[in-house]
Design a protein around this ligand. Structure first.
Ligand code: HEC
Ligand code: CU
Length: 473
């Protein structure tokens, strides 16, 4: 075989080899070009139906703007796309992404983006450093499927992240994800503010608290109440729900839990293998993610929490999934009856000389003192220490027209519990307050306390009034 015959022979092998390779690949070559559709939380872009990779163009703008962090509390958020968390990006495994990062001219800071889905130095950070009023372009191949966090990585990195610069990018595996009925985007993060939780006004970032990891706010989707009440995510009985959960941090890991639901499937840490079944609480690392799937079987309000539970009830890490549809009484019956419980042998020991009388408030000052203690122990976790309530979840008692208009109704709410739609100061609530196990004296004391605290000008409530209301229903 002479030299040129040999060369053609080798070439032939190479060519047919590459034909073979192409033939084996179920995934064709990149073709076409499209503009990515990005969504704000809790929405997720539609599943990708393409069966081939393409060139995807992404345009994202960084901004710095004052927005609501909680009722009466504002914060200067730094954002990807104008909201916190940043817009959700969805591409397909193998896509070639051309990323355009634009920094709004009103920004005071340069910004960049580190996408954890990128294989390359800094995840794109160095190539995307963008001064105010300019734009940067870089590109990458979305080689690894999975759910990834992106964030700003401009110094001081912690501060850019603490101010709201994070979001999620889903690289869908080329075979797609199993179809579901509802998909939602939920991202947890913390805020460190000059004032304590709930302190009104425009709050500055507090660097020392951030270093100490002493968060004032822990929230889902950027603010207290972003996922409660009217902002709750929704589903119908029978729906299969998938949550794409991210954690922007900057510091805390999330013990993500949905009260009253069990995750049928968990893609731990946002990887592409659904590696766990029947999970109650899944850990979402700072700068990490998870995907969970479950079918909703019964109607009701299911509360999303970080089960580091003081974050939920005292720092804002509370969301809601409202499920409508038919009851399934076999799956969940609701309360069927309430009985008196006396353990065998009688739990109530007769104390010689009679049981000591519970202390009875003699003056209104004593009633207020006793009421304050009862309030702190039984009510503050939901209605908040200053009676200010929690937007979308727990109505306020400070200034509440519902409370002050009708004392008998307030007494009934305490002794029977309260659920179903109510309106407090023009705002609708539809939650559940469990009945509190308090004596008539204690109900009188706590109601007197809330009637006369936080600027309320209601009247004293006496035990005899409570006794009358209790016996009249
Ligand atoms: C587990 C949380 C929770 C606890 C604990 C709780 N509440 Fe409530 N409370 C609620 C919810 C939720 C509602 C609204 C119910 C609805 O939407 O129908 C409510 C409504 C009320 C209302 C009527 C609405 C208003 O704002 O005036 C009063 C009064 C009230 N609660 C007083 C109390 C007092 C006093 C205590 C303590 C003894 C207490 N609650 C404990 C959750 C709670
Ligand atoms: Cu930044």
């Amino acid at each position: 075989m002479n030299r040129s015959t040999f060369t053609s022979f080798v070439l032939l092998i190479l060519v047919s080899g590459s034909f073979l390779l192409t033939g084996c690949q179920s995934d064709p070559q990149i073709s076409g070009e499209e503009q990515a559709v990005l969504t704000y939380a809790p929405a997720v872009p539609a599943a990708i139906t393409r069966n081939h990779p393409t060139k995807v163009i992404i345009e994202l703008e960084t901004t710095e703007e004052v927005k609501r962090l909680a009722d009466g509390v504002e914060y200067t958020f730094w954002t990807f796309g104008g909201e916190v968390p940043g817009k959700f990006i969805r591409v397909r495994e193998g896509d070639f992404v051309e990323f355009h990062l634009n920094n709004h001219p009103d920004s005071k800071m340069p910004h960049n983006i580190d996408l954890h889905a990128v294989t390359g130095p800094g995840g794109g950070a160095a190539s995307s450093f963008t001064a105010p009023g300019t734009g940067s372009t870089f590109s990458f191949t979305a080689a690894n499927p999975g759910l990834y966090v992106y964030h700003c990585a401009t110094a001081p990195v912690g501060m850019h992240v603490a101010n709201g610069m994070y979001g999620l990018i889903l690289v869908e595996p080329k075979e797609g994800l199993p179809p579901v009925d509802k998909e939602y985007y939920v991202m947890q993060s913390e805020f460190y503010t000059g004032g304590e939780y709930g302190e009104p006004g425009l709050q500055p970032f507090d660097m020392q608290k951030a270093v100490d990891e002493d968060a004032d706010y822990v929230v889902f989707n950027g603010s207290v109440g972003a996922m409660t009440g009217d902002n709750a995510i929704t589903a119908e009985v029978g729906d299969r729900v998938r949550l794409y959960i991210g954690n922007g941090g900057p510091n805390l890991v999330s013990s993500f839990h949905v009260i009253g639901e069990i995750f049928d499937l968990v893609y731990t840490e946002g990887g592409t293998v659904a590696n766990q079944e029947n999970v109650q609480t899944t850990l979402v690392p700072a700068g990490g993610s998870a995907m969970v799937e479950f079918t909703v079987d019964v109607p009701g309000t299911f509360i999303l929490v970080d089960h580091s539970i003081f974050r939920a009830f005292n720092k804002g890490a509370l969301g809601m999934l409202t499920v409508t549809g038919e009851e399934d009484l076999d799956m969940y019956s609701g309360k069927q009856e309430e009985t008196v419980y006396l353990p065998e042998g009688g739990a109530i020991q007769e104390i010689p000389g009679g049981a000591p009388e519970p202390p009875t408030a003699q003056t209104i000052a004593e009633r207020m003192d006793a009421g304050a203690r009862i309030y702190a122990a039984n009510c503050a976790a939901c209605h908040q220490p200053e009676g200010q309530g929690l937007a979308g979840a727990f109505p306020p008692l400070a200034g509440s027209d519902y409370l002050l208009e009708d004392t008998d109704r307030a007494i009934r709410a305490l002794i029977n519990g309260l659920s179903g739609p109510i309106t407090v100061n023009g705002v609708d609530y539809n939650g559940v307050m469990p009945a509190v196990r308090l004596s008539d004296e204690e109900v009188a004391n706590v109601l007197t306390f809330i009637n006369k605290s936080w600027g309320n000008d209601g009247a004293e409530v006496t035990p005899s009034t409570v006794t009358r209301v209790r016996s009249s229903h």
